[in-house]
Ligand binder design. Sequence first.
Ligand code: NAD
Length: 352
Amino acid sequence: MHSFVYESLPVRVVFGSGTADGVAEEVERLGCRRAVLVTTPGRAAMADRVAASLGDRLAGRLACARMHTPVEVTGRALVEVAASGADCTVAVGGGSAIGLSKAIALETGLPQIVLPTTYAGSEMTPIVGQTRDGVKTTQKAASVQPRVVIYDVDLTVGLPVPLSVVSGLNAVAHGVEALYARDANPLVSIAAEDGVRALAAGLPEIARRPSDREARAGALYGAWLCGLCLGSVGMALHHKLCHVLGGTFDLPHAETHAVVLPHAFAWNAPAVPDAAKRLARALAVDDPVRGLWELCRRLGAPASLEAIGMPREGIARAVELAARDPYWNPRPVNAEGIRDLLARAWAGEPPS
Ligand code: NAD
């Protein structure tokens, strides 16, 4: 018998097609009057659509969100939010837009409605990462958990294939690590397995036919479940390595996850037979280590840390940082094992 604790996230989830049109009602439902719209630069078409849905509930627009949520961007945004008189935020975009919305919530307590347009999963977590002087730190706070998440498949149809692939693998990584989390519980394990299954089925279809709405809906459903996993249970070696690599070498977030995942799972697999069985089922393969690697290759994801900008001489530094304040991990971590893992990931060799 396994004992467990299950705690649910306080979030309302609306999923479908055309759901962005209901954003004004969601603002009202929260008891709010006017929202400031948060996006990354260049997402004007998407923002226009949501702005139109908000109608006279739109208090202003912030199109300045950046990856890794730099505090100076948040500082400028806070001034504009105060001037706008908004009593809530509406974020449209990936983890970067949602990150700025969360950073605003952390300072102001404003409730958030978010419309995710990638598969990264930030919308389902009470976690915010912020960067100050080039150092990224993450914290957990109930105030940053978005109150409403509107998944609208229509907003994801234009996500370019390379981004869809790495973002989807970022979501798969949440599901994989949830399967062997220290605080795993039966409901999250079901969500993790079904989330990975949906993404493993949807992503190859998206790579073939990017505007296939069925495939997009499947991947978005998987992203919701894997995001829920990320928000519900603790992550392990894989997320630690990606945090270290992204922060130290300024590597792109989702691409780093896509490269590291098969290697990190290969390290943990011998220690987590039940999780390996579930993952094999989700991927419909016999060997889940190989299955993950082959899924990444079939999708055309970057195969090596070298290809995404990490210098070879950075491996030693990454080993040192990964060993410092390590996350809990099902298989104990040692410097030699991590060096070998990172050397393979750097060179794009298959996991062993
Ligand atoms: P992103 O939000 O940085 O988006 C990447 C690029 O894609 C941006 O240029 C964006 O404008 C564009 N884009 C987004 N949606 C699009 C669409 N539908 N069509 C076309 N272009 C689109 O990328 P991301 O991977 O979603 O987020 C990464 C950030 O989120 C990192 O800072 C990461 O640390 C953070 N994150 C946080 C959590 C959390 O729980 N706190 C979870 C996951 C990721």
